[in-house]
Design a protein around this ligand. Sequence first.
Ligand SMILES: [Zn+2]
Length: 604
Amino acid sequence: MIPEVIIDQIRDANDIVEVISAYLPLKKKGSEFVALCPFHNEKTPSFYVVPQKQMFYCHGCHKGGDVFKFLCEYEHIHYPEAIRRLGERIGIDVPEDNSESSLKRSVKESMLRIHEEFTQYWHRQLLTSLEGQIARDYLEKRGVSAQSIEDFRLGYAPKLWEDIPVMAQRLHLDMNHLVESGLALARQSDGKNTSGLYGRFRGRLMFPICDDQGHVIAFSARVLYPDDKMGKYVNSPETPLFHKGKVIYGLDRAKREITQKKYSIVCEGQLDLISCHAAGFRNVVAPQGTAFTMDQARLLKRFAPEVVLCFDGDNAGQNAVIKAFDILIKSELSMKVLFLPDQHDPDSFIKAYGAEAFGKLLSTAHQFFDFYLAYLCQHHNKDSDSGRLQIVQAMGEALNKADQPLLTDTYAQKTANLLNVSTQTILDQFKRIPQYSERRYTETPVSEEIDKNDEFIDEEEFISPSKQDRWLLKLLLMNESQWNWVSQYFQPEWVENKSVREIITYILDLHTAGEWSQNALLKAFPSPNVQQFLYETLVQTEENIPEKERQLQELLLTLRNKHCDRLLRNVNQQLLKPGISLDEQLQLLQQKERIRQIKSSPLL
Ligand SMILES: [Zn+2]
């Protein structure tokens, strides 16, 4: 467990407005900030950040919480990881727990250091070494600027078998971790001593691959020498840091722009991406040579709901788009398609026609289903019956996967127009296609290790409080100056709702002990439902309420009297019980009188 003091320290040092504005464009509105909610789809902003209370709350989907909660929700990470990241942000080290996961973490740290050291080393080699000339020449030929080389930390790995292990030893890096990082391999004949290791990357142009936080976790290495018989690209193998299918090249540099533009552009190669960035298109990523995976789609969806696939217009490119569709649609990303003309890739297109032309081209990207319909008509003869049936079948299957009535309707019409039949016929035809039954992809936290550190939360039943109980809590929170007298007169049983009763009692207890803070209150009620209710109430206490002191007094009085009424009803019921003794009757009547007296007396 991470000590509470450290959690508090990290929370205090990470201003919620600063942290959230790194993810979303926040707009000032009075003393608060608003944005379109990242957790649900909306057209008018209902996502509020309240600096005074260091909290966020969405009036649309009712998500709310502190800075840690925001990171957990937004990055799909566990609570301890959010604490660690925000700690890192402000330079506070979070002490490790002594479990296996801390061992794993220290291995990871060592491997991250190895990647960072070699990124720097190869970058220097590229910029200054004699041997690096071949890489500099290549980059110049491809029109990669010095700024891009700097931005993407490109490098050159010398063409020497033992350069990597020798360098690693000079930098005092852990040799076992060097092998585990995939940078060096052990010679088969020998053991693991230095002389028995050789480097994986030799004489190649190095592209550091980063995670979405910007840490280098792997490399992609491009061939430079004609006698190099390995593939055009050699990549790091799968390692504890690097899972190919979970990483998207360039995301660390693109994510902010993706969030702002609300879509990402996916291109095929690293140099395409670098070219786009240099031309001012910074929301571009590349899926690392492999076909799109579910994890990559999910990663992109965290930043924006739409992708534009920007591929070569050849057959391979078209097929790649159709393959990507299945993955993207399952993660509920909407998808546009842009094919470049005349066998251009984004890099060559920008070089030939300039950034402005590329921007114009981008705005002509097709909706996926428009592309698909055209593609089907290209590949099937729409003048033959079997061709027409195949087109309708394939279109229907794809639309079923999307499962959006609006899309189904729109594209049934378009298909109908194209095939010259009625829309109803197409819809009927669609209905015959078996329903797409694969379960929708549900989101789970990204990190593969389940942190044992996660607090166990007791899911106690939470009954939604009445308007009056809510109002009471809200007024109480807005009237800190009144807490002294409230503590004296308030009786918990006046409040009907159990949760509100406990919350108010706790607030007054904290106040009496001189330990009141919003944090202490939130900590005491960890159940998600109660947390949501608390944040909902807290965000409302920023409103302007007239005569809030008088309102609080009146409400307390009303609640007290209602409580008296409940007691009176109870006594009356007992009086009606058959066989009740005279003595008991007398007692109950006295009780009734006392309650009446209380009810008719003022509160103070
Ligand atoms: Zn929302």
